[in-house]
Each structure stands twice: as structure tokens, then as C-alpha cells.
Design a protein around this ligand. Structure first.
Ligand code: ADP
Ligand code: MG
Length: 624
């Protein structure tokens, strides 16, 4: 006798449910998406015990008649597509026709629905796939679906549910994604391709209630920024000026984004919300583009907060690659990547990202006499500085740097000729006047300078490091670094493997202007070294360079490797903290700052400048 049998339909549904319905939050997602597809303008979600006891989603959408209420819970039933051609043009959130059947196969479900032209509502109950007949019920226009005791007949799966709090966290996350997704982006009309896509206000009224307590009430008509503030009170102190707007529109691909300034960056990319034609998606190409766009503006391991809305023709991507449709396949992923990267990067570089000092609110007169203004902030900065210098081994002997016209300073003839070629647009950082002299150096580490509307504190190392970094980048882009022969070649020992690394990366050392020659067995000598880095110790530099080459993760990507090398070079060649500067050296630093692209952040993403306004001071001294 054959051992192979056809599974009964309920088993098939339960297996499908394993893919689509992972936990209560998946039910919330599927039901809310159905409500949106039904044209609802109002959705009320109520949950008990983290969704384990009850999930109820009520909408004011188109509703279903008696026949459809019955059909909706059959597997592979959908009103959203008819032919395979429709699959390439999906504008709805659902289309697989498996959500309701899956949910009903693993829980007790009651659905009540009423269309505009029916006299009353209809109701159906299903208990883990056991369907009762449709009957009349009382109910408003729209649909209410209640899902009780999820997985109660599947102890194996029920056991995997976490605490009510954890499950509720997942539900709130799904709710958040959907409430942002309906801040719809209006793509430009065909007649006017050039017109920018724009964010309209939220088109959905949404509430989320847990155990009788209202967690969110998001009215229709909220702007995106208002909705973000309501959903993420921890992101900013209610100030929408923590975000920068970016737009771009090219070849049918429209982008609108709210970009969090570096000051509100996070330790994970959880606060990067990407929506494609109203659908929340996760996409590694896009995440990569965002990371690249923030490169150098954030400290390593920090992530920008980004709300990104993409509008593009449905036929340019496939949503049918993942059971919950949270991943898509772009037919031209490179275009998507480069447009997003370009739009975000350009905007970030063109914006003044200086850290604005957040002064503590002086609660009483005692606060004024207490620790210095912005005490905790200053402490944070000096801690970060200390940490930074610990990591970047400072040379023990504090060398003096030949500022006055020294080639490394970047104001010499060569620099001028190579930087004139394609100077990018100057960023929007307010200039710091240098005449008459209104700046001083404090603690041999910081420059305090008066500005038109207050004063700034500049971290001399961080700023010079950024200037050096950009200078190095420009020169490398235009060819190789100019080198200088050492009077006495400096030799060093190395292993076979290290010699191999140097050989493999001969291009890179040549670009950097470092000339290395064999010097007996297992030894090499440095014969020439870049003049721009004249003040760095050649041996120390080459050793660190070999370490960088040896790092497996940078091996395959020459761009990243070069960037890391330039970072290291900038750090080594920059003036250090603890180094006394003359007035003219400070003046040069302040002047150079004006023509440096991202002068507000060091290459590691730390701020170079902290700005205080007169208004801040007046507030502190209680003048206002
Ligand atoms: P899909 O959304 O993929 O079509 P579902 O199983 O989620 O599949 O839903 C099946 C069908 O039930 C939908 O196509 C739709 O016609 C109908 N339906 C589901 N929920 C609602 C609702 N809230 N209001 C109106 N119709 C609904
Ligand atoms: Mg659906």
C-alpha cells in the first residue's frame, strides 16, 4: 500500500499559518492590512493579554456581504487578483488569499461585516478550521474581526509565545509600521514628472488599546512629523528640527525621507523605516545605502534614524518573494541603491549638522552656582575625547607641527591647484569670524570662538582630522599622494605573510606615495613617504597600515580599505589634543574649516564643534 497521502485542507492551512502567522503581531498586521485594502479610514485595534487572549480589529471599510464573509475564510480566496497578469501590478497589501484562512485554522475567530447597501450585518464563527454557517448580526458598516486564544489547540506553538509585554511590543511595532505607511506619498503626476513627490497628512485614524488602556490614538490628518512624535517620544524632545527632509525624483523612482540628525542616532537600525508604495519593507540594499550615506557623520556602530518613503511603478519590483511580503525584489536594485544613497548623502552634506549645545534647564538659582553650564555635556565630550585618544595611541613625544605653510597643512600651491578642480558645494555651516581676533585656546585642546549669535567650542584635533581627511581624499581622487624621499631609509622586520600582503597591495602603497624596497630577508625599508603626512612617524604608519591590510573584513573591498587608511592617516597627521597653538595656527584652522565639507564631524563621526547661542545664555542667566 502506498504511504503517500494528500493532506486535508485544514492541515494545509495550518502549515501555511506557520509561515504567515508567527505570533499575535502577525494577526494584527494581516487584519490591519485587510482593513486598509478595504478602503477603511478608521481602524481600532484592541488587544488583551498581549494578543494571546484576544485580538480585535474593527474598521469602517467596504465590508463584505454574506457570501463573501463565508468565502473570505476559504484558502486561496482573494478579491484582489484575478489573473497572473495582476501579479505584476499589485497595488493592494494582500493578494495571496491565505491570511484569513490561516488565522482561522489556529484560533477561534468571529467576523462581523456589513456593506453600505446591505440592510444588516452578517456574522461567521470559525473554531480552528471548523466553520459555522453565516448568520445575521448587528453591526455598523465595515468589518470587525475578533481572534481569541491563538494556537490553543497547538500547545507546541502556544508554548513559544512570550510574555504579554513582549508580544505587545511586537504588536506595537506592527501598528507603528502601518500607521507610518499611511502617511502616503503622492507621486508626481505623469504630466509633471519634475514635480516632487510630497507627503500628505495621515489618511487613517488609528487607535491601539491593550487590556482596556489606550496606548496610541493617532487622528487622521496628522502630519508625518506629528505622527513620528506621537509614536517615538524618545527620539527627540518633540522638536521636529531634529529631522532633515530629503527628496529626489528620477526615472519614475520617487523618494521622500525624513533624516534624523547625527545627534539622535541610535545603536541599531531599528529606527530605519522604509516604505515602498505604502508597504513596510526590509531591504539590505537600501539599508546599505543609508549606512553609506551617513558614513563619517556617525560614530562607528551608530545608525541614523530614517523614515524613507519610496514610490515607484509596481511592475519594477516583485513583492511575491516572501510569505509576509516584507521583502521585495527590485528589478534594478543598483538604481534604487544609488538614487537613495545620492539623495540622502547630498542632503546630509549640505546641512549644518553642528551639535547644538543642550543646556540643562536652570531649575532654581542653585543651578547657576552649581556645576558649570552644560556640565554633563562637557563631561560627556571629555570622556569621549579621552576614550578616543586612548584608542588612537598618541605618540609620546609631543611633536611640533610646522604650521606655517608646511605642505601637510593643505594651503600650499599643490593643494590649491588640486582642490580647485571640483570643489563640492560649500556646506551650510555659519562662518566664524577671525578678524578682529575673538578666539582663544583653552586647555591646549579646544578653541573657543565668538560667533555672530553666540560662541562655539571646537575640538582642535577632531576638526584638523576632518580637514586632513578631506584633503587626503581629494588628492587621492586626483591621482597619487606626492612623496618625499627619506634622508635615511627606515627598515623594519616583517613576516612572510606580511610581505605577501604588501606585495598584493602594491597599488595602494603606490597611491599613498609610500615607497617600500626589500631590505634583506624578511625585512623592508621605507624609502619615500607622503609629504602631506610628513609629521606622522613613517615606521609607525607603515606598521599600522600592514595591520589594516591584514584585517580580513577589509580585504575584498578596496574602497573601504582606502577609506580606513585615509582615516588612520588623517588621525596621525592631525594636531593633537594638548598641543599649544599660536593665533595664526588657530586662524588657519578656522579658515580651513569654512571650505571643508563635513566640518561639523570628525571622520569617526564625533562632533568637532559645539555651538552655544546668546539665547541659550540669556535663558540660563534668567534674562528671558
Ligand atoms: P488577501 O488579503 O490576500 O486577499 P485574506 O485572506 O487576507 O487574503 O482576505 C481574503 C479576502 O477577504 C480579501 O481579498 C477581501 O476581499 C476580504 N476581506 C478580508 N478582510 C476584509 C475587511 N476588513 N473588509 C473587507 N473585506 C475583507
Ligand atoms: Mg490579506
Amino acid at each position: 500500500m502506498g504511504r503517500i497521502v494528500v493532506l486535508d485542507q485544514n492541515m494545509v492551512n495550518m502549515i501555511a499559518a506557520g509561515e504567515v502567522i508567527e505570533r499575535p503581531a502577525s494577526v494584527v498586521k494581516e487584519l490591519m492590512e485587510n482593513s486598509i485594502d478595504a478602503g477603511a479610514t478608521k481602524i481600532a485595534v484592541a488587544v488583551e493579554d498581549g494578543g494571546r487572549k484576544l485580538i480585535s480589529v474593527a474598521d469602517n471599510g467596504s465590508g463584505m456581504d454574506a457570501e463573501d464573509v463565508d468565502m473570505a475564510f476559504e484558502p486561496h480566496t482573494t478579491s484582489k487578483i484575478r489573473t497572473s497578469a495582476d501579479l505584476h501590478n499589485i497595488s493592494t497589501l494582500g493578494f495571496r488569499g491565505e491570511a484569513l484562512a490561516s488565522i482561522a485554522s489556529v484560533a477561534q475567530v468571529r467576523a462581523v461585516s456589513r456593506t453600505q447597501d446591505s440592510a444588516g450585518a452578517n456574522c461567521i464563527e470559525i473554531d480552528c478550521g471548523d466553520k459555522a454557517a453565516v448568520g445575521p448580526a448587528s453591526g455598523d458598516y465595515g468589518t470587525t474581526i475578533q481572534v481569541r486564544d491563538i494556537f490553543y489547540k497547538l500547545p507546541g506553538r502556544r508554548k513559544f509565545l512570550r510574555t504579554a509585554n513582549t508580544e505587545m511590543g511586537h504588536i506595537a511595532e506592527q501598528f507603528t509600521r502601518i500607521s507610518l505607511s499611511c502617511c502616503s506619498v503622492q507621486p508626481p503626476t505623469l504630466q509633471n514628472e519634475k514635480q516632487n513627490p510630497d507627503i500628505t497628512t495621515a489618511s487613517l485614524d488609528l487607535t491601539l488599546v491593550h487590556n482596556g488602556k489606550e496606548l496610541y490614538r493617532l487622528p487622521v490628518g496628522q502630519t508625518l512629523a506629528e505622527r513620528i512624535n506621537a509614536l517615538f517620544p524618545m527620539l527627540s524632545d518633540g522638536a521636529s528640527n531634529d529631522f532633515i527632509e530629503a527628496r529626489s525624483s528620477e526615472r519614475g523612482l520617487h523618494i521622500y525621507a525624513l533624516l534624523g540628525k547625527p545627534a539622535i542616532s541610535r545603536t541599531s537600525n531599528k529606527f530605519q523605516y522604509i516604505f515602498l508604495n505604502g508597504r513596510f519593507i526590509r531591504d539590505k540594499f537600501i539599508s546599505h545605502a543609508i549606512r553609506e550615506a551617513y558614513r563619517g557623520l556617525l560614530e562607528p556602530n551608530r545608525f541614523g534614524v530614517v523614515f524613507l518613503f519610496i514610490t515607484m511603478p509596481f511592475e519594477d519590483y516583485d513583492v511575491n518573494v516572501h510569505p509576509t511580503k516584507s521583502e521585495v525584489r527590485f528589478y534594478n536594485a543598483n538604481l534604487v541603491h544609488s538614487q537613495i544613497l545620492g539623495a540622502i548623502r547630498e542632503k546630509l552634506l549640505g546641512t549644518n549638522l553642528e551639535t547644538h549645545a543642550r543646556l540643562p534647564v536652570a531649575a532654581g538659582s542653585l543651578a547657576v552656582e552649581g556645576p558649570p553650564l552644560a556640565g554633563h555635556r562637557t563631561q560627556e565630550i571629555s570622556d569621549a575625547m579621552a576614550d578616543f585618544f586612548k584608542k588612537h595611541r598618541q605618540s609620546h613625544t609631543q611633536r611640533q607641527f610646522g604650521f606655517r605653510g608646511g605642505p601637510h597643512w593643505g594651503t600650499d600651491r599643490h593643494a590649491a591647484s588640486s582642490t580647485m578642480v571640483c570643489e563640492p558645494p560649500a556646506p551650510a555651516i555659519p562662518a566664524i569670524p577671525t578678524t578682529p581676533k575673538t578666539f582663544i585656546q583653552i586647555h591646549d585642546s579646544f578653541i573657543v570662538a565668538q560667533t555672530d549669535d553666540g560662541f562655539v567650542i571646537i575640538d582642535q584635533h577632531a576638526l584638523h582630522e576632518r580637514i586632513m581627511y578631506e584633503e587626503l581624499q581629494k588628492r587621492i581622487r586626483n591621482g597619487k599622494l606626492e612623496s618625499q624621499r627619506l634622508l635615511i631609509p627606515q627598515s623594519f622586520d616583517l613576516t612572510e605573510a606580511q610581505a605577501g600582503l604588501i606585495e598584493e597591495n602594491a597599488d595602494l602603497t603606490e597611491k599613498l606615495g609610500i615607497e617600500l624596497v626589500p631590505f634583506g630577508p624578511r625585512a623592508m625599508a621605507i624609502q619615500a613617504f607622503p609629504s602631506l603626512l610628513a609629521k606622522a612617524e613613517p615606521l609607525d604608519f607603515v606598521r599600522d597600515l600592514i595591520d589594516l591590510l591584514d584585517r580580513k573584513d577589509t580585504g575584498p573591498d578596496p574602497e573601504t580599505l582606502l577609506d580606513d587608511v585615509l582615516n588612520m592617516a588623517a588621525c596621525k597627521a592631525a594636531i593633537k589634543a594638548g598641543q599649544k597653538l599660536t593665533d595664526s595656527e588657530m586662524e588657519q584652522l578656522l579658515t580651513r574649516r569654512q571650505s571643508t565639507d563635513s566640518a561639523s564631524r570628525c571622520p569617526h563621526g564625533r562632533p568637532t564643534t559645539i555651538r552655544f547661542t546668546l539665547k541659550d545664555l540669556e535663558k540660563q542667566f534668567k534674562r528671558t
